[in-house]
Design a protein around this ligand. Sequence first.
Ligand SMILES: [Zn+2]
Length: 168
Amino acid sequence: MPDLVYKSQTPLVEKGSTTLIITCSSNTFYPYMREFLEKYLQLPEGTYDYLSVPGGPQFLMLTEYLPKFAWAGQRWVKFLIEKHHLKKVILFTHEDCSWYHDERMVPAFLQKFGIGASGSGTASVKEKQMEDLKKMVESIHGLVSPIAVDAYYAEKETDGMIGFVKVV
Ligand SMILES: [Zn+2]
């Protein structure tokens, strides 16, 4: 018989959820996003459904390049929304996301044409991410309707803090 190694300090509480958060699995970004959810959106831990994968909601745009990723991701999203009767989806992407710098995930020709022709890499990657977020929001609307969708971009501020910009 396996030994019990740990027990929670409080009993199980079903807090209910009306919101699905879709975000990148970045460990660096995670604590600030949780803070933003709690302090700004009044969504304490345990009150939302949470889908965290590399690149975050990027999978919503992969229907052509990585269709199996897109297929699985879209089914997870649909399942959660329908099963838990969710009313809202919130998408997050962030500055310096590894996804945008990996040719396996964002094909090289897209990086060349979509990003950085001007030479100032950071600004144009940011622009691309903002544009992509809008497409991801459309993709959610195409999957299930009607549903509210918001989208945020997180970036490093000059003082080292993490700022959140509402894109949609
Ligand atoms: Zn990321």
